[in-house]
Each structure stands twice: as structure tokens, then as C-alpha cells.
Design a protein around this ligand. Sequence first.
Ligand code: FAD
Length: 467
Amino acid sequence: MEMRKIYDVVIIGGGPGGYVAAIRAFKLGLRAALVEKSKLGGTCLHAGCIPSKALLRSAEIYANMKKGEAFGIVVPELSFDFSKAQSRKEQIMEQLYKGVQHLMKKGKIDVYDGFGRIAGGRSVLVETSGDGILTLGAENILVATGSRPRSLPGLEPDGKYVMTSDEALQMTDLPKSIIIVGGGVIGIEWASMLSDFGLDVTIIENEGRILPLEDRDISREMHRLLKKKKVKIITHAKVLPETLEKGNGIFIKAEHKGEEKSFTAEKILVAVGRTPNTENLGLDILDIEMDQVFIKTNEYYQTNVPNIYAIGDVIGGLQLAHVASREGMIAIEHMAGNCPSKLDPILVPKCIYSNPEAASVGLTEDQAKEEGFLIKTSKFSFRSVGKALVFGNSDGFVKLVVEEGSGQILGVHMVGPNVTEMISGAGLAQVFNLTAMDIAETIHPHPTLSEAIGEAALAVTGLEIHT
Ligand SMILES: Cc1cc2nc3c(=O)[nH]c(=O)nc-3n(C[C@H](O)[C@H](O)[C@H](O)COP(=O)(O)OP(=O)(O)OC[C@H]3O[C@@H](n4cnc5c(N)ncnc54)[C@H](O)[C@@H]3O)c2cc1C
């Protein structure tokens, strides 16, 4: 086993954490190698953000076209071809995949196809399919191996009835009905998409509300809007995998407030979180410390071995693509001897790409109270926003959580059309510690959906106009 080359950093995993880190390394003049066992782009590009949003968009267009007559568009017979939605999704992924490959070439980053493993403090083994086992020398190692869907014992994917998001994204035909276990972000996106495609959807959620990590008003509104789409939502319900029966579709029971309830559907989608990819990585060789199942790091993403870093889904926390990318950049800056700003999880925008969407940044109302803030909240409905009526979608609202007295913005929570595009402005306001009055004084162009933010800011002091 020859030592191939010595790099300033060897990155294991080419998802949005790893490949973005590789580009930052190149830009800082570091020699970087990237080891990827499957395809550059990772979960986000091949089994997460991009394919799910491509299908969501098809579903949204289909749902909008059903309402076409209201816009003066008459389509005599409307139908959809799911295989075409799938091939559109594949084309988008392929285009972006080529883009990431191009970026690696442009950045002169050596990409090794194979399974990477830490072999010592300064070396990484790569098991390639063509070139056998290679050893790469590494001044630093960055683990960015991501995660995979978590399944429940007894509810493992079976190629026919039981799916996780990985299998669901590959469906060639849509069933008529589906049970979704888990009302978190992924479960809600699938529920919205599949009900827009016309499926009979049931969500079974363990907690007392869907989207339990979001502000209560967001959960409530999303619940109402999904029910409006005829999605059935059972909260406080624990699915009982041992009751699963397969045959002509599936049958399963859930414990709901002390009673057993039965459910049937053609398929079941398990959306109960993600498991980090930590197996066979050689973490034990260096006694890398873990935080339960995740790799433990400090705020610069160093493990207990200072030249070994870890970022992204494999370290837990907010498992989001933009978080993985930012963590990757911070880790590389730190390796390069710079002093990067730390990531504050409170300032991370969180988006749900359902129809309509939800987006939030900062503290929820409950969190703000728990942290001891004296708060005021304000809410402005999209019903009073001209552009939302023009859009034909005036469900939802913008909610602000601000500190009483100073008016400083503590959290912004939205449900409604295109809110995932609007949350970055709210994020900027929080990064710069702006107040509701600062937002109110910012001119929001008319007619735009963003007027709802300006009005919500005015509403903090009772000065809103359009209610
Ligand atoms: C259905 C779904 C929808 C999602 N939608 C969004 C969204 O809209 N927005 C958002 O921000 N996030 C979304 N996410 C989450 C997002 O995909 C992840 O947070 C993000 O991909 C994590 O990036 P990462 O680089 O840490 O890991 P990953 O993207 O998982 O990449 C890890 C890479 O490492 C490779 N790898 C693993 N082990 C090894 C090894 N030993 N050697 C070599 N290579 C290895 C893998 O093949 C993979 O390519 C979604 C996830 C899912 C499942």
C-alpha cells in the first residue's frame, strides 16, 4: 500500500458539507482531497433536498392546475404522468451533479471514488473499486459522511410496502393511499406532496402536534391546512410495528390515548429521523469521542483529536444542507489558522417546502419565554396581502416574537406562499439584532408577499395598516 500523496486536508464524504468544505480549502490555498463512496452531492442532491423539491413542484403545479378555472384557464381533462415528474427530477439532479463535478475540477480537488476510513492521525485509507486500497497522507481529516434514514425495528423497507424517503423518491407509480409515520419536516413535505397528487394520506405522529420543534402557531396552521387538503392527522399516536400485516396493502395498529387504532393503506412511509454514518470509519482507532450516536465536536468542529474534524449530519444538531455547508467552511477556516465566526443554531433558517410552505428563524414563542424574555408577539395574515390574493393562495401568516421594551426580534415564523424565499430577510434582521421598528421602517415593495413582514412588524406596536 503506497502512500499516494500528502494533503493539507482529506475530506471523507462529498455531500453539501464535504464538497463545499473542499472548495473553501482550495480557495484558501490548501491542498484538498475528497473521498466519496457513491456520488458527489450526497443525500441532499441524490436523495433529499433536490429530488424531493422537484417532485413537490410537480405536485404543486398539478394542484394549482386543478384550480385553473378560477384563473381563467380551462383544461378539459387534467391528468398527470408520474413517470414524467420522475424524469424531470432525474434531469435536474443530473445537471446539478455535473455542476458539482465541474466545481471539483475547477478547484483542482483530487476526488477519490471509494470508501474512506481513518487509518491513523494522519492517514486515510480509500477502498476503491478499481485501484485497490490507497493510502492518503493528511495533515487534517474532515469527516462529512452524513446520514441515512432511520427505520423502526419491524418497519424496515421491503421493496414493496414499507418505504423510507430513499425508496419513496424512487417510486415509479403512486399508490392510492399511504400512511406516513412521523409528522416532522420530511413527513409533512411528503404528506403535502402526495395529497396534492391526489393520494389518501394519513399521518401518525407520536407527539401531541405535527412539527413539534416549530412554534405552536406554525404546527396549528399547518395542521389546519393539511386537513383542508383532506390529510388525516393522528397525534399522540405510537405506531405498533409488531402489528404490521402485509398482503393487499398494509394493515397496522397504533396506540392512541390508551386505545389501539387500526389503519390500512397501500403503502407506509417511515419518516422518523436519520442515523449518522459512523460505521467502519476507523473512529475507534483514535478513540474519537461520541455524543450518543453522533461524533462529538467543539464549536470549530474539531473532535477530541485536534486535527480530525467532523461536520454535517454525522455530528447531529440541525440536519440541514446549509448547516452542513457552513460547518464545513468554519472547519476549513479553522484548520487554515483563521478565526471564523461560530455558527449560532438559533440563527439558522428552517424551511418546510410543503404547499403552502413554512419557514422560521430564531426562538419560538415558548423558547423565548423559557429563556426568560419578556415578549410581545404579533401576527399578520396573508389574507390581507394583495399579492397573496393575486397568487390565489392567501393561507397562513407571519408571526414575530420580539422582546418587550427593546422591540428586538427574537423569532420570525411564517406559513404561506413562498415564505421559504422570504425567511433570509428575517435571518439578516436577526444577525444584526434589528428591532421590529427597523423592519417596519424598511420599505416593502407593493404588491409583494413580503409586505406581510412589514405589517407584522408594525403590528407589534398596533400600527398595522391593512387589518
Ligand atoms: C427527503 C429529504 C429532504 C431533505 N430536504 C432538505 C432541504 O430541503 N433542505 C435542507 O437543508 N436539508 C434537507 N435535507 C437534509 C440534507 O439532505 C442533509 O442535511 C444534508 O445532505 C447533509 O449533508 P452532509 O454533507 O452532512 O451529508 P450527506 O449529504 O449525507 O453526504 C454524505 C456523503 O458521504 C458519503 N459517504 C458516507 N460514508 C462514506 C465513506 N466512509 N467514505 C466515502 N464517502 C462516504 C455518502 O455517500 C454521501 O455522499 C433533506 C433530507 C431528506 C432525506
